[in-house]
Design a protein around this ligand. Sequence first.
Ligand SMILES: *Cc1c(COP(=O)(O)O)cnc(C)c1O
Length: 450
Amino acid sequence: MTAMVHDLGIRRGHALRAAVERGLAGTADPVVGLLDVAGVEHSVAELRAAFSTPGVEVTHTFAVKAASLVPVLALLAECGMGAEVASPGELALARAAGVPADRIVLDSPAKTVEELREALELGIAVNADNPEELARIDALREESARAGRPSASPVGLRVNPQVGSGSIGAMSTATATSKFGVALRDPGALEWVLAAYADRPWLNRLHTHTGSQGVPLELMAAGVLAAYELAERINEAAGRQQVETLDIGGGLPVNFGSDEVTPSFSDYADVLRAEVPGLFDGRYALVTEFGRSVLAKNGTVLARVEYAKSSGGRPIAVTHAGAQVATRTVFVPDAWPIRVLALDAKGSEKTGEPVVQDVAGPCCFAGDLVARGRELPLLESGDHVALLDTGAYYFSNHFAYNSLPRPAVYGYTVRPDGGVDFAPVREAQTQAEVVAESGGGLPPLRRAGA
Ligand SMILES: *Cc1c(COP(=O)(O)O)cnc(C)c1O
């Protein structure tokens, strides 16, 4: 590996200045996503080191929904990660990125028969969400066995340990009434699960995912413990190691308040080692499915300030980054606050007295603000803003409001002399593409003549 600049913030500063200088956030494309390639490699290395245990096979998959960008998935695959996919589109992206089938896991609450058939034919691991889905898998396995092409897919069942909610309800998947998995504490559920495994000797995995952001480590570990204890019961009943693999999901929260990585992957692995020691004693292979914690801190949205104005005495910077790239922050600002840097016309951090101001986006609704009443050096037209920690679920999860185009995304690498190399990850969507995806090539709707 080439030498690199070691501090995330310093690399980001170089990249922001270079991006502005090269016009990556110019008048034609006034908003862009930037991803720190060395940072991504570092995060994956931290993840792998945290879980690495002699005698335990660990497969780290990346939750594709957190950054559905093929070159990024390919980089992660090169770093040794697999992919957790939850739709036919996400599976196609993982395959396009060259992720090997034995490192792909299909989770989704609404898998169609066609989707399941494809996964089982490809040998991709499938986690069934509910009894009806398991029955479909039974039928598909029989169909392929009859055809002389038995499926090699490992199959698991997703269970909801119902351990409770974290601070963000929409992100908490292990509540009493969550839509995900088999709710373990419901009357009769445990007996049903034990019978399901007893009836299906090939059912060899167990899956749980307790939440995404806002779930404390102890609660995540409690969910994993419940799954582990269930696996032990299944295996005891079977008189053998029927459940070979425990898929413990993702969900490590990210600190959106500073550049510090807290909690770290090793903080979480330490809690798991303390709370669920049997996970690491070599009897189980492990699968993880982290998304946000792998990429969030490695990504930045850079946008130009188009206008600076004042309303009711409140200064407002009207920028090109709003709900289309920071959807959750705009719609649920209390749950998803992000840091915003004020940058000058050259992309350097502005100095000067902090002034209470709003940082607005380009969308035509009043709530399109990425920061409200934030103290920042006063932004002026021609300046820029950087939305930090936006490497996961932000620029990669575009919201097509106002027909705003998907922005370009670049990976960046900072050389020891401070020079920056950019590599395209996704091109900005063109206006022709926006028109085409909006039915532009189709004939006009005809009047019904009523
Ligand atoms: C979203 C999701 C993940 C990833 O969650 P993060 O919070 O991004 O780590 C993992 N597994 C499943 C099943 C998910 O739905």
